[in-house]
Design a protein around this ligand. Structure first.
Ligand SMILES: [Zn+2]
Length: 74
C-alpha cells in the first residue's frame, strides 16, 4: 500500500494552515511549491538563494521523515 506524503506549509516556516497530502512525493513537492509561489511569493522572493534552497531541502527532509503523526518510512 502506498504511503501518503504529508507536508505542512507551517513546517516550512510560513504562517498558515496549508497541508499537502499526496501519494507521490514529487507531486507533493510540486503542489507545495505552487502554493508557496501563489500565496507566499513576496516572502519567498525576498529570501536569498541559499534560503530558498534550504526550503526545498526541508521539503525533501519532511517527506523522507514523515510528519511525525504516524506516517513514517523506515
Ligand atoms: Zn502556506
Amino acid at each position: 500500500m502506498a504511503k501518503l506524503q504529508i507536508m505542512k506549509c507551517r513546517d516550512l516556516g510560513f504562517n498558515d494552515d496549508f497541508i499537502v497530502i499526496e501519494q507521490d512525493r514529487e507531486i507533493a513537492k510540486k503542489k507545495m511549491m505552487d502554493h508557496i509561489l501563489e500565496k507566499h511569493k513576496a516572502e519567498f522572493e525576498i529570501l536569498s538563494e541559499m534560503h530558498q534552497e534550504e526550503i526545498r531541502a526541508k521539503m525533501d527532509f519532511l517527506l523522507t521523515r514523515g510528519c511525525g503523526c504516524g506516517v513514517k518510512e523506515l
